[in-house]
Design a protein. Structure first.
Length: 100
């Protein structure tokens, strides 16, 4: 319980900093005329990675290494599923650029 409480307190301490970073990235994307959907998806992917890592570390601290591995696998699958639309657009763009 102490590990979870400490982790949550650290996260709450950093929420303001995270908000500033996300706002800055969204502003840069708007200035560069990048579709905000892609930026939001990338930010969600980063969030999933951090949450999965945090959950896996807590589970490992509790002595449940096998469950931690499953949490990491689940996070990776979610990340891959969310990245598919971005990868599709990227591949389509590359195909349009290649002559032939």
């Amino acid at each position: 319980m102490l590990v979870v409480f400490t982790g949550c307190m650290i996260f709450l301490f950093l929420v303001d900093k995270i908000y500033l970073i996300v706002s800055m990235v969204e502003k840069l994307a708007a200035d560069a005329k990048i579709n905000i959907v892609y930026v939001e998806t990338i930010l969600k992917i980063i969030g999933i990675a951090y949450i999965a890592e945090f959950a896996a570390q807590i589970t490992k601290d509790a002595g449940q290494g096998a469950i931690a591995s499953k949490i990491e696998l689940g996070g990776k699958v979610l990340i891959l599923a969310m990245a598919v639309p971005i990868l599709t657009v990227l591949i389509e763009t590359i195909i349009k650029l290649v002559p032939g």
